[in-house]
Design a protein. Structure first.
Length: 220
């Protein structure tokens, strides 16, 4: 096997590692919402404990990227692919952080999601998770159209956020007894909104990888 073929094989392994990390982050969000809906503190703790594994995956992928950069002189497309992976893992790790934060909130919540917000909360989480999954796939498949379609879904997540924020705000206004729980739910939907933003950010890095240009990176 020549050096170039070996390098290409390692790039494939890098993509596989990114898929694994992205799936772990996605699963964490789904489990955090499941724990919230079921008031399952044990499951919530499982999500929190798993955040350390996510950090380890980020470090390992980062080390792989640096090793690939040093191994030989990559061509421009290689450099963009590897530098895109380095940027993406930051967003994926932050999705994992959002899951852990939601799980932590769920552990002290004594009021399940209000009937007025439950269905929309689940739909918002599902859409955000779909975005995260397809954003990673867009990178692996080098699919600009999928990246574009994924970014467009962020408007759906934002609409859910605005609607839920309004409903929760009204609950706070009319029922002071559930004010603190309502504030917690405001935090949860904000974390879900950020998951969508991170997925959109990943798609913009995919665009950079394929075209050499991208919008300004979001700051969190």
């Amino acid at each position: 096997m020549n050096a170039r073929q070996k390098f290409d094989d390692e790039l494939v392994c890098l993509s596989e590692d990114l898929i694994s990390m992205g799936q772990a982050a996605n699963d964490a969000i789904k489990l955090a919402i499941e724990a919230l809906l079921a008031s399952d503190h044990k499951l919530a703790q499982q999500v929190i404990d798993g955040d350390e594994k996510m950090d380890e995956m980020e470090r390992n992928i980062e080390q792989t990227c640096l090793r690939l950069l040093l191994k030989q002189q990559p061509v421009a497309s290689d450099l963009r692919k590897i530098s895109t992976a380095i940027k993406m893992i930051t967003d994926i790790e932050r999705i994992g952080d959002a899951a852990a934060d939601i799980a932590e909130i769920s552990q002290h919540l004594t009021i399940p999601p209000f009937p007025e917000i439950k269905d929309s909360l689940i739909a918002m989480a599902d859409t955000a998770c779909e975005m995260a999954s397809s954003a990673i796939q867009a990178y692996v498949d080098e699919d600009l159209e999928l990246a574009k379609q994924t970014k467009e879904k962020d408007d759906i997540v934002d609409d859910y956020f605005l609607t839920l924020r309004s409903v929760i705000g009204e609950k706070i206004r009319t029922d002071a007894d559930i004010m603190f729980a309502a504030l917690d739910y405001l935090m949860i939907i904000k974390y879900l909104e950020r998951v969508g933003d991170h997925a959109e950010n990943i798609c913009e890095w995919v665009e950079f990888y394929k075209t050499g240009t991208r919008k300004s990176e979001r700051m969190f």
